[in-house]
Design a protein around this ligand. Structure first.
Ligand code: PGA
Length: 251
């Protein structure tokens, strides 16, 4: 199976209702036909509306940025996988470093979220990545390897076939400091080789591994040109339709 090239936007906690609608419409209007899958990772309030904005465009999909790990119940303020599915969500971003850092999410919890998202027929985008001090200590491959094992190695081959991985070095997120194409490639190859050992060559080769961390129009092409970099998870630059479209056209 060929793996997909993906340009995924992560809007984070940005855009009010009107701004989100306009941004989604601008992406739809400007998108050139291609095989690249474009994913809009919008705040919850936008999901249902964006799902109708993109319904006739086969290469744009919808992502949520989080999901609760239980099916339903007394969890005031939380959103369940079934709710997301009913709004037309295709992907759910899980394990983002901001969720790990500000909301204390650990891989054991993220693994449960991955399970429930899969159970409801959506695809997790599992984020992993090291902090700066870990890279400086030369332990980045080890750390990311532990994250990948803890969150994904309990899955079956079929389930893993539904997962997208995003390598996002924490020191590159929102900092304007991007991993070099070589650093990205090295880590992506490492992640793919771990997946290969556990799930076999077919699954590993079919898994899209995205790079995230200050992806911009002027660095996307070089990053996406690496053999194991299958696209990007884009934060800041996904808030401007023009920049995001340029990134989506950088494969
Ligand atoms: P950034 O964010 O592109 O603004 O660095 C990436 C992310 O956090 O997914």
């Amino acid at each position: 199976m060929e793996r997909k090239q993906i340009a995924a936007g992560n809007w984070k906690m940005n855009t009010d209702y009107n701004e989100g609608r306009e941004l989604a419409k601008a992406v739809v209007a400007g998108l050139q036909p291609s095989d690249v899958l474009v994913v809009l990772g919008a705040p919850y309030i936008h999901l249902k509306n964006i799902s109708s904005i993109i319904q006739d465009v086969s290469n744009i999909k919808l992502a949520a940025q989080n999901c609760h790990q239980e099916e339903s119940g007394a969890y005031t303020g939380e959103i369940s996988a079934a709710m997301l599915k009913s709004c037309g969500v295709d992907f759910v971003i899980l394990g983002h470093s901001e969720r790990r850092e500000y909301f204390g999410e650990k891989d054991e919890l993220i693994a449960r979220k991955i399970d429930i998202v899969l159970r409801h027929g959506m695809q997790p985008i599992y984020c992993c990545g090291e902090r700066l001090e870990v890279r400086e200590a030369g332990k980045h491959e080890e750390l990311v390897g532990e994250q990948v094992k803890a969150a994904l190695f309990h899955l079956s081959k079929e389930q893993m076939g539904q997962v997208v991985v995003a390598y996002e070095p924490v020191w590159a997120i929102g900092t304007g400091r991007t991993a070099s194409p070589e650093q990205a490639q090295e880590m992506h190859r490492h992640i793919r080789s771990l997946l290969q050992k556990k799930f076999g060559k077919d699954v590993a080769n079919a898994t899209s591994i995205l790079y995230g961390g200050s992806v911009k129009p002027d660095n996307a092409r070089e990053l996406f040109g690496q053999p194991d970099v299958d696209g990007g998870l884009v934060g800041g630059a996904s808030l401007k339709a023009r920049d995001f479209l340029e990134i989506a056209g950088s494969f």
